[in-house]
Design a protein around this ligand. Structure first.
Ligand SMILES: [Zn+2]
Length: 274
């Protein structure tokens, strides 16, 4: 996100600087008189390299002369965060949390594919998960797949059972209310290595958990509920819960060190239901 904004700001500043240069050269020409004006920059537009710091903006700090080079304006590569919808439940970028229910709440993916372990995912997520599972197995970090897609009705029953057993407040810390579960998107799956660490934080220390945290993005997956970020995501550390967002987005988050979809898209933290 920061990089994204920085790139935009950098591009804007560069445009402002070029415009300012035009004004400055016009003033210089006026001072010299038109007939004595030196060859203008019209035939070879100078390219200005500026930093993104406002203090160096020649508009606000006219005493600072922009350096003119023949290099092109350098703009850091940016990532288009508007490329896909975060609201449409059929989008691989959909953001679902305690403030953002699926719309409609009873939504179900139009197409689901059976995956090893007996659950289902959208075809794109299913293919990616199977590829990731095979790669992990080749690396000696094989894992099994537990639950992936859960329907609205199934989630409602599951949540009701947890509430009956633990109470609503406690249940909300580990189970989503129907319409608020990533599992309902068909893009998320719970995976495990040993049964001892199934659905437990210690999965993150098993070879499969370590491998997924290092390589998941290469297959389009993020760990949706990282350690220590329950105040943002609404859930405690769930290293076993992998969420498909596509390779581009997952890699962007990995490379930029962005831990949550909320941070990435500038969404409000969603620790509890509103
Ligand atoms: Zn899960």
């Amino acid at each position: 996100m920061a990089e994204h904004r920085r790139a935009r700001r950098s591009a804007l500043t560069a445009i402002v600087a070029v415009a300012a240069l035009g004004v400055l050269s016009g003033l210089a020409a006026a001072a010299l008189g038109d007939t004595q004006a030196p060859a203008t920059t019209a035939s070879a537009v100078p390219v200005v390299t500026v930093t993104a710091e406002p203090a160096n903006d020649p508009i606000t700090a006219p005493s600072v002369e922009p350096s003119i080079t023949t290099a092109e304006v350098e703009v850091s590569p940016s990532f288009d965060l508007d490329a896909r919808s975060i609201d449409d439940p059929s989008s691989a970028w959909v953001v679902v949390n305690k403030h953002r229910p699926l719309d409609p709440a009873t939504w179900a993916p139009p197409e689901l594919e059976r995956i090893p372990g007996g659950s289902e995912m959208t075809p794109e997520a299913a293919a990616a998960l199977i590829t990731m599972r095979d790669a992990a197995a080749d690396a000696g970090a094989g894992f099994s797949i537990g639950t992936a897609y859960r329907s609205h009705g199934f989630q409602a029953g599951l949540y009701a059972d947890y509430v009956a057993q633990w109470g609503r407040e406690r249940a909300d810390t580990f189970s989503a209310r129907a319409g608020h579960s990533e599992h309902q998107t068909g893009l998320a799956a719970d995976v495990y290595q040993s049964s001892a660490c199934r659905l437990k934080p210690c999965f993150g220390e098993e070879p499969a958990g370590v491998w997924i945290s290092e390589h998941g993005h290469e297959y389009g997956f993020i760990t949706r509920y990282p350690d220590g970020l329950a105040d943002v995501t609404g859930y405690r550390y769930e290293p076993w819960h992998v969420r498909y967002v596509g390779v581009d987005l997952a890699t962007h988050m990995h490379d930029e060190g962005i831990a949550t979809l909320e941070e990435l898209f500038g969404l409000e933290p969603a620790p509890t239901y509103q």
